[in-house]
Design a protein around this ligand. Sequence first.
Ligand code: NOJ
Length: 553
Amino acid sequence: MPATAGEGRRPWWRTAVVYEVYLRSFADSDGNGLGDVNGLRGRLAHLVDLGVDAVWITPWYPSPMADGGYDVSDYRDIDPRVGTLADVDALLAEAHAAGLRVVIDLVANHTSAEHPWFAAAVAGGPGAPERARYFFRDGRAGGAEPPNDWISAFGGRAWTRVTEPDGRPGQWYLHLFAPEQPDLDWDDVTVQEEFDDILRFWLDRGVDGIRVDAAPAMAKLPGLPDAGHRPGALFESSAWVDNPHWDVDEVHEIFRRWRRIGDTYDGDRLFVSEAVVNGPERLSRYVRPDELHTTFNFDYLKAPWDAGSIRAVIEGTLAALAPVGAPATWVLSSHDETRHVTRFGRVSSGAATMGFDASAPADLELGLRRARAAALLTLALPGGAYLYQGEELGLPEVEDLPEEVLQDPTWERSGRTARGRDGCRVPLPWSGDRPPFGFSADGVQPWLPQPESWRGLTVAAQREDPSSTLSLYRDALRLRRSLHGLADDAPLTWHELGPDIVAFDRGPAFRCVVNMSARPLPLAGLGRPVLRSGDDGDALPPDTAAWLVTGYS
Ligand code: NOJ
C-alpha cells in the first residue's frame, strides 16, 4: 500500500493505531455463534469510521480451540468454523482497498497437541526423531516426577506424561501453556525451516504484519535446569531474572532469522512481539535494528491509575527504546487482560496475570471516566497504539459469566479459583436492544452470553451521540491525524503541573493533560481545549483528560 500524504518515508507501523480483532468475538456472519472472517469483512466500515490504521487478527487457523485458537493444528489453512482461505484473500483485498493494513497472529512457541507433528512424536515412542521437535524428557524419581520445576502460564506444572505406544506411562513433554499446547524445540532445524516457510506463505498472500505470540518463550536454556519456582508460584514473567524458560538470550537468533525473511518483501511488513519481560531494557532487545520492529508495552498496560507510576513507565519506555531506534507502542487492554474500564474502577487498578485476579469490586462509573481519560493519554503518546475491540465502546469486563460457560484453560488449571480471560472476550454488541445485539443473527446464542445491560453500549446506540465513548475515540483518532505534534510524531516533553497530573507537550503546539488528582484542575493558561474526556467548563475534573492547542497551529 502507498504511504499516505505527509507520511514521507516514515514506515506506517511507527505511528500506527492497530485495532485488535479477537475474531471469534467480533462478528458472526454464518450463525454458528462464533465470529468469523466474513463477519469482519462485513464490519470493516466500523473500523474505517473509527479511524484506525490496521487490524491485528487473533489466530484463525484450524484448531481444537483448547486455548481459543492459540493451539494451531495447521498453519497454512483457516478453521472452517471461521472461514476459508478464499475469505481471507477477499478480506485482504477489501481491507487494503479501505486503507486498512492487516496483521496476523503467529503462534510458534507451541503447536496444538493435534498437530500431525505431535501425533507422530507421541506415536513414535522414546527416541523417535519426531520427538526432537518438541521437549520430550524422562521424568525424575524413576520417571514418576516431571523433569524439572517449570510452571504453566495457566497454572500447575508445565509437564505432562504420555502413555507410550506399548501402553506404559513414559516420557514427559513440556507445555508452558496448556497440555494441549506442546512447546516446540527451536534448536531443531526442521522447526526453523517449517516456520520460514509458514512466514512466506502468509507474507506472499499479502499480510502486512505478523504478531509474534509468546515471543520470550521460544528459547530454553540447554539442559532445562530448574527455575527455582516456589510451590504455587504464578507465571509472573515481568519479575523473572535469568529464568531458564523465558527471555533466554538465544531467542533473539530466531527473530533475526525472521527479520531477514521479512526484509525481502516490499511494503514495510511489520513484526510485533508479545513479550512480557522484566522491564523496558530487556524489552528493547526484541526491537534491535535487526530484530522485530515493535513490541507491546505491557508495563504501560499493567500500571495502576497513578500519575507517578504512569509517568515512570512512559519515561522508562522511551528511554529504553531510544538507543535501539524503535517506536513505543501503548496498550491498555487485550483478549488476555481484564478490560480497563473494570480495572481502573478497582482500588488496586494495575492488571493481574492471565485472569488470576483478586476480583475486588469495581466502581464502573469511575472506571469508565478513567478509561476515557486513558484513551486520550494513550493516543497522545509518541509512537503507535493498540486498541482492543470494544474499548471504543467503553465495555467493562463481564465478571458474572456462569461457571458452565467458562472456556479459558485457566479456569480448570487453577482448580477453578481463577476465572481466567473469558470476561474480556464476550462478543461485541453492534445494535438492537437485546442479545445477540447484532453479533449473530437474532435467535442465535453467541459462544459466550452477552449481558442485557449492554443495550446502551452498542455501536448503533453510540454512533450518533457526540458524548459517547465511541465518538471520543473517533474524534481522537481524527485529530491524531491532523494536529501538529501528533500527526508528525513530535517528541514528548513533560509539562510540570504537580505530582498527580500527567501533562506533556508534543512539539510547540500540542499539550495533553490528565488529571489524576482528587480536585478539579483549572485550565486557564494551559491552552485551548480541542478534545476532552469529561465535562466541559473552565476546569478539568478529576480522572479526566484534555487535548489542548497551545501555540499557533
Ligand atoms: C498469548 C496469547 O495472547 C494468549 O491468548 C495465549 O493463551 C498464549 N499466548 C499462548 O499462546
